[in-house]
Design a protein. Structure first.
Length: 128
């Protein structure tokens, strides 16, 4: 993997409509060695994706909003992996094919980190 590919794989875009959620998630992920971009809302996410290459998107939305935002992200970058973080008790069928994974907000941050590592590669393989 080239240095550029490793940087892209190590970059996560966090999208939510709540600034406090984005700040907390950014702190957690940067502590784990990821490069973290944040976007409040889908328009900011689209702008970011037009200017940056990322390895993964974390969506923190309710199901209806997540479906709309995930569809827009996939339209911009069909191969981009997306993880939904939601209070939904399971991954809704309406999001099958749009998101690659789902993590409940009620789970510990370790569950989210393990899911990210599964999608991006084991610790150390995709990070410099």
């Amino acid at each position: 993997m080239s240095a550029q590919e490793a940087t892209i794989a190590n970059t996560i875009l966090c999208v939510s409509d709540q600034d406090v959620v984005l700040r907390m998630r950014k702190l957690l992920l940067e502590h784990e060695g990821f490069r973290v971009l944040t976007a409040i809302g889908e328009k900011a996410a689209e702008q970011c994706l037009r200017g940056e290459q990322v390895g993964l998107v974390l969506l923190d939305y309710g199901v209806a909003e997540a479906q709309r935002v995930a569809a827009r992200i996939k339209a911009l970058n069909p191969g981009l992996r997306i993880v939904l973080i939601s209070f939904s008790p399971s991954l809704p069928r309406s999001l099958t094919g749009l998101v690659d994974a789902w993590v409940s907000k009620t789970r510990s941050p370790d569950v989210l980190l393990r899911k990210i590592e599964q999608l991006l590669g084991k610790r150390g393989e995709s990070r410099a």
